[in-house]
Design a protein around this ligand. Structure first.
Ligand SMILES: NC(=O)c1ccc[n+]([C@@H]2O[C@H](COP(=O)([O-])OP(=O)(O)OC[C@H]3O[C@@H](n4cnc5c(N)ncnc54)[C@H](O)[C@@H]3O)[C@@H](O)[C@H]2O)c1
Length: 309
């Protein structure tokens, strides 16, 4: 057991950014991780202002991720970060992750793993070469309803699974929000920064991960029909499975609804029997990254592991 908090660095997640704030909040949830340094933006002044807002000392706020990784690696072991959370646009996943592992740091990386499949294979090789731990985070794994569903699948509550249907529709890109320079939609709608998978890389990854995570099964092949759609999207997630017996849905983090097949379909949604899930394990995403055993100062993770969370 490490008898101190894990020290986290962050790349990306400057003021106004989306997922960096979620990683910082998740790190606080069980009070086992503290933010000690970061390079929060490609703009030095934004990185500095952001780091100060997060109460970091100026000498731990960096102006490039390369500078951050090199300087942190040069610090005494009892001061340097233990791992880095990478929350940058997709084209900036592989570079910082590979460099961090080469310098002896474990990595938490938000989905999608990389900008391209080729980069993903190279990153897998890097994990094996360096022996570091790479944790790939998918937000929805932390929902109690999703955990509950996974447990029930594993227990066989739904009988033999014949088909899993996952749907993820999202509304905020249904207008040209990327034309607003202040929006963080710009890189998402630009294949040179988000990758050619487009929205399939952005939110299709969530659908795939949910299907595999909940069912415990792996997709072996993919048949895709892609097109551009701009109207009629709702911002919600629905994951439905028709097994031989029941049907369940998880719309919100803490609730799982379950519709046993043998019972008549309720006339009103409010009548759907609800199973409010108990958090079987409190699981906050990055705060449960298994960084390996060892006392203070020991470098965790020797075997090169990739966790999909
Ligand atoms: N799990 C989820 O539900 C979820 C949700 C949103 C985003 N994401 C993922 O998180 C990543 C970031 O998305 P976001 O919505 O937070 O994007 P964002 O545009 O809101 O934030 C990106 C941050 O990276 C910083 N950045 C850019 N270049 C940098 C550089 N060279 N060095 C340091 N920082 C740099 C930007 O300044 C900004 O602070 C993406 O890969 C995205 O797919 C996941």
């Amino acid at each position: 057991m490490i008898n101190r908090k894990l020290r986290m660095g962050m790349i990306g997640g400057g003021k106004g950014a989306f997922i960096g704030a979620i990683h910082r909040a998740a790190a606080l949830m069980d009070n086992q991780i503290e933010l000690v340094c970061g390079c929060f933006s490609s703009k030095p002044e934004v990185s500095l202002a952001s780091g100060r807002e997060y109460f970091l000392p100026d000498d731990r706020i960096y102006t490039s991720y390369q500078q951050m990784i090199e300087r942190e690696a040069a610090l005494p072991e009892e001061r340097r970060m233990d791992f880095v959370s990478i929350v940058t646009p997709n084209q900036l996943h592989f570079g910082p992750a590979a460099m961090a592992m080469e310098h002896g740091f474990d990595v938490v990386l938000d989905k999608p793993i990389t900008f391209s499949l080729e980069e993903a294979y190279r990153l897998r090789d890097k994990v094996e070469q360096t022996g570091r731990t790479l944790a790939l985070t998918h937000t929805y794994s932390g929902y109690p309803g999703v955990k509950e569903a996974r447990e029930r699948f594993a227990r066989g509550d739904f009988g033999k699974i014949r088909k899993i249907f996952v749907e993820y529709t999202q509304g905020w890109l249904s207008t040209r929000v990327e034309l607003d320079p202040a929006s963080n939609a710009g890189w998402r709608t630009d294949p040179s920064r988000s990758g050619k998978a487009g929205t399939m890389g952005d939110i299709g990854t969530h659908a795939l991960q949910l299907a595999e995570y909940i069912s415990g099964q792996r997709c072996t092949s993919l048949c895709a029909d892609l097109r551009t759609v701009v109207e009629g999207r709702l911002n919600r997630i629905r994951c439905t499975s028709n097994g031989t017996t029941d049907r369940w849905r998880s719309y919100v983090p803490g609730m799982l609804t379950w519709e046993p097949l043998q019972k008549p379909t309720p006339a009103r949604p409010a009548d759907i029997p609800k199973v409010t899930s108990k958090p079987l394990r409190t699981f906050t995403g990055i705060s449960h990254v298994p960084c390996g055993p060892g006392g203070a100062g020991k470098r965790p993770g020797r075997n090169g592991r990739i966790f999909r969370m």
